[in-house]
Ligand binder design. Structure first.
Ligand SMILES: [Zn+2]
Length: 405
């Protein structure tokens, strides 16, 4: 039914093997995103309120995904041997090529002209969805369709949907989050090209995505790919850095390079774009992604601050209290000494503080209080207007006085 292109066809991706479909940068970026995610998850777990938000967020994610898959199961067309059998055969062919044993559920969804496909997962089941216009544009048994199905199976094989949930905190970080997701797509394009065993068909499928179903297949692939090298500058760089997909012109460039297994030379990016991209967190421009992720970053920073500020404030108050208590002890001792020497209590602080007196200079309360004193039976008692009167300080002061004198 689906004629398999000869394995040594001129357009076969000569360098691709099942072992090298995932690009190395996906693995290296995974490590960074994993570390960032663990740190954020730990911070969320430490602050109970953070965990509370994570649970709420997770609940709505689960609810949304449940409704999406319910919509697919009830409204979209489930592909099988009795329904769109050619497409079903393409899926089985691709699964066999990629070594996928559990064939995912494939659905065709009417999409009002949109050309797209995606993979998702719910309750332990994998779903692949192809939009109806994309199916019409590519055909059910074409190598182009096998490329698209192979790309989506790549997401399933690489467990990208699970990673999207557990690495969500890391994926929201600017620069690294989008860069990691771009690596996903580059890897999955290789899965697709390997599954189709036809680089030209993969390129044609990308050209349909770029130029539409009508003229896409006839577009000049080399001319489109050259836009990746020729259209540079600050805004293209910023678009690339904040996008979760490699640009279509780059994807075509990368796919074309698979025909003779050569590495493409990435054209440089404007360095200022990296700086600006720092303030545009991960997410797709135009899908509300940046705003949602910006909000999440604000929440994360708020939680970290909520953890750090009380701890800092505690240390500050403690050091202030210690300094104030020392002042109180010093003043109380001076008042007692004055009473001992003069036979009467002091009338003002100036009696005991100042050059040549018991305390050379009036101590200043670090919390901004002022000191008042009263004479009691057991001796002078100094009270701070802010910190109040610490009974332990007086006891300690008394101990020091009776021991010292
Ligand atoms: Zn993808």
């Amino acid at each position: 039914m689906t004629p398999q292109p000869p394995p040594l066809a001129p357009t076969a991706p000569v360098g691709l093997t099942p072992a090298n479909l995932t690009v190395p940068k996906e693995a290296s970026r995974f490590v960074i995103v994993l570390i960032l995610s663990i740190l954020v998850w730990l911070a969320l777990a430490v602050t109970m309120i953070g965990l509370f938000y994570a649970v709420i967020f997770g609940f709505f994610l689960w609810l949304g995904n449940g409704l999406l898959t319910a919509y697919l199961r009830a409204e979209a067309v489930r592909v099988g041997p009795e329904q769109l059998p050619e497409l079903d055969a393409s899926l089985r062919d691709v699964c066999q090529k990629l070594g996928v044993r559990d064939v995912p559920a494939l659905y065709v969804l009417q999409s009002g002209g949109l050309l797209n496909a995606f993979a998702t997962r719910f309750a332990g089941r994998d779903f692949v969805v192809v939009y109806s216009d994309f199916l019409e544009a590519l055909g059910p048994a074409s190598p182009e369709m096998r490329f698209i199905l192979g790309h989506e199976l790549g997401h399933i094989q690489s467990r990208h949907i699970l990673k999207q949930i557990f690495l969500a905190p890391g994926l929201f970080f600017p620069l690294i989050g989008p860069a990691y997701r771009r690596a996903w797509e580059t890897s999955c394009d290789r899965f697709g090209a390997y599954a189709a065993q036809d680089v030209n068909a993969a390129v044609r499928a990308m050209l349909v995505l770029s130029g539409g179903r009508e003229h896409g297949p006839q577009l000049n692939a080399a001319a489109f790919a050259s836009q990746h090298a020729s259209e540079r500058g600050f805004f293209v760089s910023l678009h690339e850095l904040t996008s979760t997909y490699p640009t279509l012109s780059r994807r075509v460039t990368e796919l074309m390079a698979l025909t003779d297994d050569r590495a493409i030379r990435s054209p440089g990016r404007n360095p200022f774009a990296y700086f600006f991209a720092l303030f545009l967190p991960g997410g797709n421009v135009g899908q509300g992604g940046p705003l949602a992720s910006l909000l999440l970053i604000v929440v994360i920073i708020g939680l970290l601050a909520a953890m750090a500020i009380p701890a800092f404030e505690k240390v500050r108050q403690r050091s202030q209290a210690i300094a104030c208590v020392n002042n109180q002890r010093q003043l109380a001792a001076a008042l007692d000494q004055y009473q001992l020497e003069e036979g009467k209590g002091a009338d003002a602080w100036s009696d005991v503080t100042g050059a040549g007196k018991f305390v050379p200079a009036m101590p200043v309360c670090p919390a901004g209080g002022t000191y008042n004193a009263t004479y009691e039976d057991k001796g002078a008692r100094v009270i701070c207007t802010v910190a109040g009167h610490d009974p332990t300080s007086v006891a300690a002061a008394r101990g020091a006085r009776s021991g010292g004198k």
